[in-house]
Design a protein. Structure first.
Length: 95
């Protein structure tokens, strides 16, 4: 049996694998397909987004507008942190 990153069995229905497990495509209302929620780079002249409460507020605003899924497009070497993304998704209204 296949497993997602979060350890849940991969459903047989079409799905998107998220930091908190698989989400069936048919349950996605509105998705932001290019978002940056967290940027914590090592570079001196790089932009930063490192305010978890502000990111959570933005996700809540997105959910209030009908959003249900965000794809964070931050490259690995540019400060992406899956642990932060998991915390932001945990218990939230947006996957």
């Amino acid at each position: 049996m296949s497993h997602s990153i979060a350890g849940d069995p991969v459903p047989h229905k079409p799905h998107i694998t998220t930091v908190s497990g698989p989400v069936e495509i048919e349950t996605v209302a509105v998705a932001d397909a290019h978002c940056h929620l967290w940027i914590d780079p090592d570079g001196v002249d790089s932009p930063e987004l490192t305010d978890e409460p502000a990111a959570r507020a933005e996700l809540n605003n997105f959910a209030d507008a009908g959003g249900s899924l965000v794809l964070d497009c931050q490259p690995v070497l540019a400060g992406r942190d899956a642990r932060v993304l998991y915390r932001l998704a945990d218990g939230g209204r947006v996957s």
